[in-house]
Design a protein around this ligand. Structure first.
Ligand code: SF4
Ligand code: SF4
Length: 256
């Protein structure tokens, strides 16, 4: 085979700019103790395995996140936080939660509820208020379902509020037994235009080049330009979460 004259640049897997899963992972990393085990599942949130977040330690098959979390909590004295999306929850997540509650396994089950089945093309599931044909349907809430399954400690948070998300996971980690945190915010790709309009930029005068936005938070809209760090206007979806990670207060909304 003929060698191509130009090679495509390597493109490591990343989550989308403004992805609420990235915010959830960042918040958890701020509060979970070192050594916490993160079983995960099948969905776009599996991409959290990539640096800088690295929030996936173990994946067996769809629906396995809670079962493996139970096993890790039983076999180790480490904290365990498992991940699954809302679609996986309705498809294959419920039996594992029944088992966790029945045996009172000490683990945190994070349901990353982005209101759709993002990885395979935004198919609906029982969570939204419409069915597969776009007709009105009865919306099932993850938090109501897990309450019905007997989970005693349930938190519902908007991951785009990092402080509140950190507090919720701290409480869940301190709870002895099975807890569920529903981290609920729409997928960045299905947000209405009114929410996604506008983008953010970095005030170079204020930026201390601490690199937290690139090396710890990791929104792919950030890039290095010489010795400056910038936000790609065409990638930024205007979620504003990065303003909460920048201690220098250097990130601001771009003027139109
Ligand atoms: S987190 Fe803020 S101060 Fe640090 S490099 Fe990013 S923009 Fe600059
Ligand atoms: S506002 Fe910040 S976190 Fe959100 S997409 Fe833009 S650069 Fe990324």
């Amino acid at each position: 085979m003929k060698e191509p004259s130009v090679h495509a640049p390597p493109r490591p897997p990343v989550m989308c700019p403004g992805c609420p899963h990235g915010a959830t992972y960042y918040a958890i990393k701020q509060v979970a103790p070192e050594g916490t085990i993160y079983p995960t599942d099948i969905g776009c949130y599996t991409l959290g395995k990539a640096p800088p977040l690295e929030m996936a330690d173990f994946l067996l098959c769809m629906g396995s996140n809670v079962g493996t979390a139970c096993g890790f909590s039983y076999a180790t004295d480490q904290k365990v936080i498992s991940f699954m999306g809302d679609s996986t929850f309705f498809h294959a997540g419920l039996p594992g939660i029944v088992n966790a509650v029945h045996h009172n396994h000490d683990c945190v089950i994070a349901v990353l509820d982005n209101r759709t089945t993002a990885m395979t093309g935004h198919q609906p599931h029982p969570g939204p208020e419409y069915d597969g044909m776009g007709n009105e349907a009865i919306m099932l809430k993850v938090e109501d379902v897990v309450k019905g399954l007997g989970v005693q400690h349930i938190e519902v948070v908007n991951p785009n509020n990092l402080k509140k998300t950190m507090e919720a996971f701290k409480r869940a980690l301190n709870y002895k037994g099975t807890s569920v945190v529903v981290s609920k915010a729409p997928c960045a790709l299905i947000l209405p235009k009114s929410v996604t309009e506008g983008s953010f930029e970095i005030d170079q005068e204020k930026c201390t080049k601490c690199n937290v936005c690139i090396e710890k938070f990791g929104c792919p809209a950030f890039y290095r330009d010489g010795d400056q760090i910038k936000i790609d206007e065409t990638l930024c979806n205007g979620c504003g979460v990065c303003t909460q990670v920048c201690e220098a207060n250097a990130i601001r909304r771009r003027k139109k």
